[in-house]
Design a protein around this ligand. Structure first.
Ligand code: IFL
Length: 458
């Protein structure tokens, strides 16, 4: 429970999405703000419990639900994604309630095709982080069973995985893939290998990363579409945004989490090429342009919101000043629109996609920077992100996507993505609350915000 004076500060702050004056940063009661995040999580969870229990995603305006993983079945996606966030916030009864559902209801013996990347980062990662939080062995067994069902996708000549696999038959589909869907497995699969003693998961995930790295151009860049069967590139666009973003993140993470020197070398080579060919300054702000992966020629200056995590990664990887500059450019854009649009072209100064799918990336970047240097501006950026979300995205039964961040008022749409439960609510809380349940010096959060290292059980 937070004191009423704190409540009134928070209520007043939610009235405006404009950046708060610098002075307010000094006066913010961060602990109270952390408690506010926790109470919003509990409020949204209780609506999910009533309206969409065991379903993939709640529709927060209508109080109905939608599936994500399979067209006609639910795997409790939001529930699994929420578990370690509930735990780190100390919402233990709700965590145990979710655990009970997972133990009694969840099974992956389904004749249905899933997207390997999404399942790995969200469900394998969600089960592993819940296991890290609560220690329940069945969570590890479920994560292993699910990963075993994904493994046929990695059995290619090239080592580059297919995008889809049938959970029961192992039938694979769609070799036309991209860096993120090739190389975003090592932390989850490697953790599984560590916990089970079975190397196959680590090896498959790393082989995919290496197979892509070996296909970099002479100037060290990767394009964004490739055929997993032939290993031939199908495009020439190099980007740090989707669908390449988390490939780079997981190279660094392989080093951070497992001390894998190959991962560090691959990260360093890729990053040196990106810094050399993609940095582009405009009006004093630093962006990363999309370029031709063979020549480095700029193709476009369109920025996808998902790339706003990148400054945090650069700083983690040692390019601190560049990471700060990159994050500050996205913070400027956040201040301009209140909420980041999905697409913005800094060349034309125009919004290219006006929606925002309740995205966590800028909060992710700010949190990673905070872990590194504790500069108060990262907390301030996280606070702006959180208060704007409270103002614009809060609906009757939870938090909703925005259809248009440029309209006044901003228009909501009836969907809450599963990652909301795993990502920004956790980043905000960790950023503000200074909780003893988390080791702020030695930790690891996956691309989906799943904590695979750093929880401290009371
Ligand atoms: O699933 C989320 C994760 O952060 C990711 N890509 C996009 C999602 C959030 O925007 O890697």
């Amino acid at each position: 429970m937070i004191a009423s004076t704190r409540r009134s500060f928070l209520a007043a702050a939610t009235l405006s999405a404009a950046p708060l004056p610098a002075l307010a940063a000094d006066r913010t009661d961060w602990h109270a703000l952390g408690e506010d995040v926790k109470s919003e999580m509990a409020w949204a969870w209780d609506h999910y419990r009533t309206k969409a229990w065991g379903r993939d995603e709640i529709k927060p305006i209508s109080g109905t639900f939608s599936s994500f993983v399979l067209p006609d079945r639910h795997l409790g996606l939001s529930l699994i994604e929420a578990m370690d966030t509930l735990w780190v916030m100390g919402l233990d009864d709700r965590f145990n309630d979710a655990l009970h559902w997972v133990m009694s209801e969840l099974s992956f013996d389904i004749d249905g095709e899933v997207q390997v990347f999404e399942i790995a980062i969200r469900i394998v990662g969600g089960l592993l982080s819940a296991h890290h939080a609560g220690g329940e062995p069945k969570l590890l067994a479920l994560a292993r069973d699910l990963t075993d069902r994904l493994m046929p996708a990695f059995a290619t000549k090239t080592g580059l995985p297919y995008r889809y696999v049938n959970l029961r038959s192992g039938k694979v589909r769609d070799p036309q893939t991209n860096p993120a869907e090739i190389g975003t497995y090592l932390p989850e699969f490697g953790t599984l290998s560590k916990l089970t003693g079975d190397r196959r998961y680590y090896d498959a995930a790393k082989r995919a990363q290496v197979a892509l790295f070996e296909r970099r151009s002479k100037i060290g860049l990767l394009a964004d579409t490739i055929d997993a069967e032939t290993g031939q590139w199908l495009s020439r666009r190099a980007t740090v945004g989707p669908p390449s973003d988390s490939y780079y993140e997981y190279l660094w993470d392989g080093w951070q989490l497992f001390g894998d020197r190959d991962c560090k070398r691959m990260y360093d080579v890729c990053t040196a090429a990106i810094l050399r060919h993609q940095q582009d300054r405009r009006d004093g702000r630093l962006w990363f342009a999309d370029v031709d992966f063979k020549t480095g020629a700029i193709l476009n200056r369109n920025q996808i919101e998902l790339a706003s995590f990148y400054g945090g990664l650069l700083a983690q990887g040692g390019a601190h000043a560049t990471g700060v500059a990159c994050t500050m450019a996205w913070s400027w854009l956040q201040d301009r629109y209140g909420v980041l649009p999905e697409g913005f072209d800094y060349g034309t100064d125009q919004v290219t996609h006006a929606s925002n799918k309740l995205r966590p990336e800028l909060a992710d970047g700010a949190f990673n920077l905070w872990l590194l240097d504790h500069d108060p501006r990262w907390r301030a950026i996280g606070r702006t992100h959180y208060l704007a979300m409270k103002r614009w995205n809060r609906a009757a039964y939870g938090y909703a996507d925005l259809a248009d961040v440029t309209s006044d008022p901003k228009r909501q749409s009836d969907h809450c993505p599963g990652y909301w439960w795993s990502e920004q609510m956790k980043y905000y809380y960790l950023l503000f609350a200074d909780t003893p349940r988390f080791d702020y010096r030695r930790n690891y959060l996956s691309t989906e915000g799943n904590v695979l290292l750093g929880f401290r059980r009371p």
